[in-house]
Write a protein that binds this ligand. Structure first.
Ligand SMILES: Nc1ncnc2c1ncn2[C@@H]1O[C@H](COP(=O)(O)OP(=O)(O)OP(=O)(O)O)[C@@H](O)[C@H]1O
Ligand SMILES: [Mg+2]
Length: 253
């Protein structure tokens, strides 16, 4: 059965999508069968792997709200072994529509059960909120990866995320684990970045991945070409480190 990993942090712009897209692509590059699930109405992960949203007939919205089979939404990507369930802006209404739906927190979990055996990893790119889309993701997941940007307010908001994780563990998903905390957009030229690393390590200890994602221009350019870094610029530092991260994630089993 595939391992389901949610990439979540309610804070915006910390590198969730960059990590979802590039970790997925690197896992696929290493020979794993990977399904990337875009559950953010912004649909950035979808465009990041080259999906033209105008061409998408059915997306994760239809799965969550209209009981469409997830199999009917899966698209192939340029990367061998990497498939995606795309999101479009229609998903923006789901957060509110889900409120009055039966078993509203477990809809994604149920939907993914149908395809879990077909993949080694299912990676979910969460939106920047702790609403029902993120709750569905944490309920479906075996583990969570928390990207933390190496900047001054890095730890702010994390206590809220951790208490949400505890609530999900208590009521919806006993076995949800933190796979790791991922430091992103690290700039070795600043003392601040180094301080943040120390602070995050003090707090999360061995839960912090050894791979630290550097600030890398190629990583920020790749999405506009609809390509993960491993295709856009496989020799870049960004590609190297996401590949290291993928190996760490595989080792965690
Ligand atoms: N390591 C990096 N080096 C350079 N730029 C990066 C890096 N990681 C992310 N970025 C850029 O920072 C911005 C935010 O990253 P990203 O979209 O991955 O964050 P996010 O957490 O998914 O945001 P949101 O909360 O809006 O979903 C993007 O423009 C992205 O290209
Ligand atoms: Mg995002």
């Amino acid at each position: 059965m595939g391992r389901i990993i949610a990439i979540a942090n309610q804070k915006g712009g910390v590198g969730k999508t960059t990590t979802s897209v590039n970790l997925s692509a690197c896992l696929a590059y290493l020979g794993k069968k990977v399904l990337l699930v875009d559950i953010d109405p912004q649909g950035n992960a979808s465009s990041g792997v080259g999906v033209n949203k105008g061409d998408v007939n059915q997306c994760i919205y239809d799965v969550l709200i209209d009981d469409v089979s997830v199999k009917d939404t899966i698209l192939e990507t340029k990367v061998e072994n990497l498939h995606i369930v795309p999101a479009t802006i229609s998903l923006a209404g789901a957060e509110i529509e889900l409120v009055s739906t039966i078993s509203r927190e477990v809809r994604l979990k149920k939907a993914l059960q149908e395809v879990q055996a077909d993949y080694d990893f299912i990676i979910i790119d969460c939106p920047p909120s702790l609403g029902l889309l993120t709750i569905n993701s944490l309920t479906a997941a075996d583990a969570i990866i928390i990207p933390v940007q190496c900047e001054f307010y890095a730890l702010e908001g994390l206590s809220q995320l951790l208490s949400t994780i505890r609530l999900v563990q208590k009521h919806l998903n006993k076995t949800l684990a933190i796979d790791g905390v991922l430091l992103t957009m690290f700039d070795a030229r600043t003392n601040l970045g180094i301080q943040v690393i120390e602070e995050v390590k003090k707090y999360f200890q061995d839960k912090v991945y050894k791979s630290i994602i550097p600030r890398n221009v190629r990583l920020s350019e790749a999405p506009s070409h609809g390509e993960p870094i491993i295709i856009y610029d496989p020799k870049s530092r960004g590609a190297e480190v996401y590949l290291e991260l993928a190996k760490e994630v595989i080792r965690h089993g």
